[in-house]
Design a protein around this ligand. Structure first.
Ligand SMILES: Cc1ncc(COP(=O)(O)O)c(C=O)c1O
Length: 194
C-alpha cells in the first residue's frame, strides 16, 4: 500500500447506507444487546464500544490511520497535545522518578514539570538538545525517560531520533518524542547528525 493512499484504504466498516465517507459517530455511549452483553463488554470478554471516552468508531479510524501513516504499532488519540503529553507522563512515571527533558520544548510542557510532576515528587533536568555529549551526566539511577521535541517550537531544532533511541536503549530509559510539527510523510527517524 503506497503512503498516498494508506489513509483512504482504512476505514470504519461501511453501514447499510453504503456511504463513501465515514460518518462521525456523535454519540457519548452505545447500546447493548442485553444485560449479559453489557457485562461481557465491561469484562473485556468481547470487543465493542461502551462509551466514547473509551472507544468510538470515528476516533478509532483516525487512530488506525495515524498508526499506518507513521508506521507505528498503534495510536491513542487525545483531545489536545497537552493531554497527550500529560497522559504519557502519567502512565510511565511514578513518585520518585526523574526525567531528562530537552530545554527546547513548547512552553506549556515546562509547566507540567514545575506545576504538576514536582508536587508528586518527580524531578527533572533540562538538557541542551544540540549538545548530546552533555546528556549522560544527567542520567541517574531513577531516570525513567528522555523527552525531546523535534522540530522544536519555536526554534525548529532538529534532533537525531536514531541517536536518541540508541542513547535511551543504552541507559534503559524510555524515549518520548513530541513530533507535533512534522508530517508523517517525512520519516520519523529524520537523521540530522552525522
Ligand atoms: C510542539 C507542541 N507540543 C504541544 C502543543 C500543545 O498542543 P495543544 O494546544 O493541542 O494542547 C503545542 C501547541 O502548539 C506544540 O506546538
Amino acid at each position: 500500500m503506497h503512503f498516498e493512499t494508506k489513509a483512504i484504504r482504512t476505514q470504519t466498516e461501511r453501514s447499510q447506507h453504503n456511504e463513501h465517507a465515514t460518518p462521525i459517530f456523535a454519540t457519548s455511549s452505545f447500546v447493548f444487546d442485553d444485560a449479559e452483553h453489557m457485562r461481557a463488554l465491561f469484562e473485556n470478554e468481547v470487543e465493542g464500544n461502551i462509551y466514547s471516552r473509551f472507544t468510538n468508531p470515528s476516533v478509532r479510524e483516525f487512530e488506525t490511520k495515524m498508526a499506518l501513516l507513521e508506521g507505528g504499532e498503534d495510536c491513542i488519540a487525545t483531545a489536545t497535545g497537552m493531554a497527550a503529553i500529560f497522559a504519557t507522563f502519567a502512565s510511565l512515571l511514578s513518585q520518585g522518578d526523574h526525567i531528562i527533558m530537552s530545554r527546547a520544548v513548547f512552553g506549556s510542557t515546562f509547566k507540567i514539570n514545575s506545576d504538576y510532576l514536582a508536587k508528586w515528587g518527580i524531578t527533572y533536568d533540562y538538557i541542551d538538545p544540540l549538545d548530546p555529549d552533555s546528556w549522560q551526566q544527567c542520567v541517574h539511577q531513577n531516570t525513567r525517560l528522555l523527552y525531546i521535541e523535534t522540530p522544536s517550537n519555536p526554534a525548529l531544532d532538529i534532533i537525531d531520533l536514531d541517536y536518541c533511541s540508541e542513547f535511551c536503549k543504552q541507559n534503559g530509559i524510555y524515549l518520548v518524542v513530541d513530533n507535533c510539527f512534522a508530517t508523517p510523510y517525512l520519516p520519523a527517524t529524520f537523521r540530522a547528525w552525522s
